[in-house]
Design a protein around this ligand. Structure first.
Ligand SMILES: [Zn+2]
Length: 339
């Protein structure tokens, strides 16, 4: 197998440098794959020769470009013989915290249940059950400015569509695939999102982060606090409602809620309610509605802790008060973690 000539190296370097007309990158990494080497040693020697000479040639032609092993902004894989170049830009990772003020938009894309995302009459051919999502609203200006091909939202859990996300918001990392522009000013984008969509969402602390933070995000399972408006089907004794204030570290057994059984296997999970507080009691000695503020460990289902979900969550507020109760409004107040 022939080693690349100087002309080969210059041609490949030119092709790599031409990518800069379309894609912004300041650091790069080169890899070579070989086919038909006469021996393993020859293959290793060829890869070393290609990467060294090509790297030197690129750095000579474009002194602002730096070779980098650790998270380069662009990876190039050269196939030899032939010298075909494959280009892999590193995604952009943008972290922040989002708030959601609407009870009508989900966090991320939710496929239409009738066509499973293919598009049908019931979803007007969009394939979506909800036309707007937190992810799409946040990603739209970033996709436009970075000219990336797509986005993916990673977050520390998610709230129900009809629950608001308040307080300091929920930590997220938005991944933008194949961006053409990497130097974005995030502060004006954040400011614009907060101005234009103030009735639906809020965004805080937007910043670029290393991809390694994604791994940390995946392993977080923080406590959360909530405010729920509880409605009693029959008036509850005031004394019983106020006794909820005394609950500490109540251990629940929660089976998978009926409302999610169609997409999750049935399991019994132990979950702890750290504490509860009641406020805004409607009624006198007999209470018809009240606010329940509570802190739980990750993964607890709050609506089911209130209703009992037909015996699938024990104990529950309905059982503790002796009357059937329902959650009529839910807000997440705090997600207790920082990225
Ligand atoms: Zn559909």
């Amino acid at each position: 197998m022939n080693f690349p000539t100087n002309d080969d190296i210059e041609r490949i370097a030119a092709e790599i440098l031409r990518m800069r007309q379309e894609y912004e990158f300041h650091t790069f990494w080169l890899g070579t794959t070989t086919k038909g080497a006469e021996s393993a040693e020859q293959g290793i020697a060829l890869k070393g020769d290609m990467n060294r000479r090509l790297g030197q040639c690129i750095e000579k032609c474009a002194p602002d470009l730096k070779a980098r092993l650790h998270r380069p902004e662009a990876k190039f894989i050269i196939t030899w013989p032939g010298g075909i170049v494959a280009f892999h830009p590193l995604p952009l990772f943008i972290a922040g915290r989002y708030l959601k003020f609407s009870r009508e938009i989900p966090q991320s894309r939710w496929p239409c249940r009738y066509c499973d995302g293919l598009g049908c009459e019931r979803c007007d051919g969009t394939g979506k059950r909800y036309q707007r999502t937190v992810e799409e609203i946040m990603a739209a200006p970033l996709l436009a400015l970075s000219r990336a091909e797509g986005s993916k939202l990673h977050s520390v859990g998610r709230e129900d569509v009809d629950a608001r996300m308040l307080g300091r918001g929920r930590p997220f990392i938005l991944e933008l695939a194949n961006p053409r522009v990497r130097s974005l000013e995030l502060a004006p984008i954040e400011e614009r999102l907060n101005r234009e969509f103030s009735s639906e969402i809020g965004v805080l602390q937007m910043r670029f982060v290393e991809p390694g933070l994604l791994e940390r995000l995946r392993h977080l399972s923080p406590d959360k606090s909530y405010r729920a408006r509880v409605r009693c089907a029959l008036p509850a004794r005031r004394e019983a409602v106020e006794r909820l204030n005394d609950l500490r570290d109540l251990l629940l057994g929660q089976e998978t809620p009926r409302r999610v059984l169609h997409r999750r296997p049935n399991r019994l999970r132990p979950r702890t309610v750290r504490w509860c507080r009641v406020a805004n009691l409607a009624g006198g000695e007999r209470v018809s509605e009240f606010d329940l503020t509570l802190r739980t460990e990750a993964g607890a289902y709050i609506k089911e802790f209130i209703s009992g979900d037909e015996g699938r969550t024990e104990p529950c507020v309905s059982r503790l008060l002796g009357v059937p109760c329902d959650c009529v409004e839910l807000d997440v107040l705090e997600v207790f973690c920082d990225l």
